[in-house]
Write a protein that binds this ligand. Structure first.
Ligand code: MF3
Ligand code: CO
Length: 249
């Protein structure tokens, strides 16, 4: 069952989502060569605390940090480390979740550090565009497949591959709720969206193949061919018209 949120629940989600958005904006502004991915995690933790929000990922199934910081061929769930140093030309995905009064917000961005390769720029821009195109489809009465298809179509238009092993998700009282939201699919299929549903939509695209594997830390997901990947995510509220992007700043 896909839950419909009350106004009061949405209020709390807005607070959690704004805390996430503010932290990501702060990180995007301050990221630079020489910082470790653990430094990024500390920024995220400090920013959430300032917003009176709690980290959502810390302790989730044993996850050991506040943020996921995934560099270059790392797709998602990169565990922040003091010895993983960010360099000029890297692309860094930061995924962050927060909880306020028991309600969750979840968002991710990928940023290029300094001068980046043209192909990486296309990868980042197209992944962001695939999320934007997906969000345009989110409204009461649309089908989930319309949303999934928008991501896939945008990726294919630039010859990028869609990471199929991981999906977006419903969100609210829990980090992961129904439905699962694949980044590929057919328009006109899947559950109908309704006013008051809250969804975390998160395209993950790669320059090479779609196959992924886990690093030995049991968390970090990397592309099997070591090609670079990007990830963007927003938590949104389904409405009759255009959706409300709860994690927009
Ligand atoms: N945005 C990711 C997701 O929805 C974050 C989960 S990371 C974890 O799955 F550490 F919490 F698992
Ligand atoms: Co998510």
């Amino acid at each position: 069952m896909i839950e419909i949120k009350t106004q009061d629940e949405i209020k709390n989600m807005r607070l959690a989502c704004r805390a996430v958005a503010a932290a990501l904006a702060d990180i995007a502004e301050r990221i630079r060569p020489g910082l470790s991915t653990l430094d990024i995690d500390k920024m995220a933790a400090a920013s959430l605390e300032k917003s009176d929000a709690k980290p959502a990922f810390l302790g989730y199934r044993g996850y050991p940090a506040t943020a996921c910081v995934s560099v270059n061929e790392q797709v998602i769930h990169g565990i922040p480390r003091a010895d993983k140093i960010i360099k000029e030309g890297d692309i860094v995905s930061i995924d962050l979740g927060a909880v306020v009064n028991g309600f969750y917000g979840d968002a991710a961005i990928t940023v290029g550090v300094g001068e980046i390769k043209p192909a990486d720029k296309i990868l980042i821009e197209t992944t962001k565009k695939s999320l934007d195109e997906a969000l345009k489809k989110v409204r009461a009465g649309a089908r989930l497949g319309d949303v999934s298809n928008a991501v896939e179509k945008t990726a294919l238009s630039k010859n990028l591959s869609v990471i199929r092993e991981f999906s977006g998700h419903g969100i609210g009282r829990k980090l992961h709720e129904e439905p699962s939201i694949p980044n590929f699919g057919l328009p006109g299929t899947g559950p109908a969206l309704r006013n008051g549903m809250t969804l975390a939509i998160e395209p993950m695209l790669a320059l090479g193949g779609e196959e992924v594997k886990f690093l030995r830390d049991g968390w970090t997901v990397v592309t099997a061919d070591n090609s670079r990947a990007a990830h963007f995510e927003h938590t949104v509220l389904v409405k009759e018209g255009e959706c409300e992007i709860l994690t927009a700043l």
